[in-house]
Design a protein around this ligand. Structure first.
Ligand code: CP
Length: 274
């Protein structure tokens, strides 16, 4: 298995590595910033060279939405491509580990109220989570953000939109906080980080409006004092580090299923060739 990360990562890259090691795979992590991509090699040529080393799976993270799909469609037909996060489009394994976290701590998605808070516009995690929560039958999915950080057509996801934290957090069971994704922002979408924290930061006082047994989640990396108060991030409601631990099991499952699919495909091709 080869980790090919064109964007920085701590949790996803490392837990994919751990998951692969626990499944007894050989693991290579390509550090793209120090690879020959910096000498002008294209993405496709880099991947074709890794394919020539008999890789079975690539875990790809890329800043462009659709990159993993493009690679799966146009390059390396013998290699399983797993999306480790593409632009603002999707972060499927984060969505799965977030759903496992909610299931472990809340039991069921019936009657749950879940609020996703912050930079929805640039967040692949928000998109994957909205789809997953809808699929699992969560009846009350809320997004809370300033209008400038909400994508056009957000209602199509079947969510309720709030621009006020007190209203949006009222009686929720789960809060999923998001980081401000400065690396994807163009133009002045916010007056300042201080203003964002004043209006949308998750503080102990604000969390008091949620259910008493509410859990607080965050995909990481967290920015203390920007979207979340330290007392909340480290407090009794926080399951942020549990999410990281569940990520290993989820990624083991995804790698195992992807490898089974590859094996079945090869058997099918061999049988048809005979
Ligand atoms: N949640 C997440 O994707 O974190 P990393 O960017 O550290 O992988």
């Amino acid at each position: 298995m080869c980790n090919v990360f064109f964007e920085n990562s701590t949790r996803t890259r490392t837990t994919f590595e751990l998951a692969a090691q626990r499944l007894s795979a050989d693991v290579i992590t390509l550090n793209v910033s120090t690879s020959s991509a910096s000498k002008g090699e294209t993405l496709l040529d880099t991947l074709r060279n890794l394919e020539a080393m008999a890789a079975d799976m690539f875990v790809v993270r890329h800043g462009d939405s659709g990159a993993a799909h493009f690679i799966a469609e146009h390059v390396c037909p013998q290699v399983a491509i797993i999306n480790g996060g593409d632009g603002r489009h999707a972060h499927p394994t984060q969505g799965m580990l977030d759903m496992l976290t909610i299931r472990r701590h809340k039991g069921s998605f019936e009657n749950l109220s879940v609020a996703i808070v912050g930079d929805i516009l640039h967040s692949r995690v928000a998109r994957s989570n909205m789809l997953a929560l809808k699929t699992l039958g969560c009846p009350d999915i809320r997004v809370i953000a300033p209008k400038t950080l909400l994508p056009i057509g957000i209602e199509q996801y079947g969510v309720k939109v709030y621009t006020d934290m007190t209203e949006g957090l009222k009686d929720v069971d789960v809060v999923i906080m998001l980081r401000l994704q400065r690396e994807r922002m163009t133009g002045g979408l916010l007056p300042s980080e201080g203003e964002f924290y004043r209006l949308f930061g998750l503080t102990t006082a604000r969390l008091a409006g949620a259910k008493p047994d509410c859990i607080v989640m965050h995909p990481g990396p967290i920015n203390r004092g920007v979207e979340i108060e330290s007392a909340v991030a480290d407090g009794p409601h926080s399951v942020i580090l549990n999410q990281v631990t569940y990520g290993i099991a989820i990624r083991m499952a995804v790698l195992s299923m992807a490898m089974s699919g590859q094996t079945a495909q090869r058997q099918f091709e061999q049988e048809n060739a005979q």
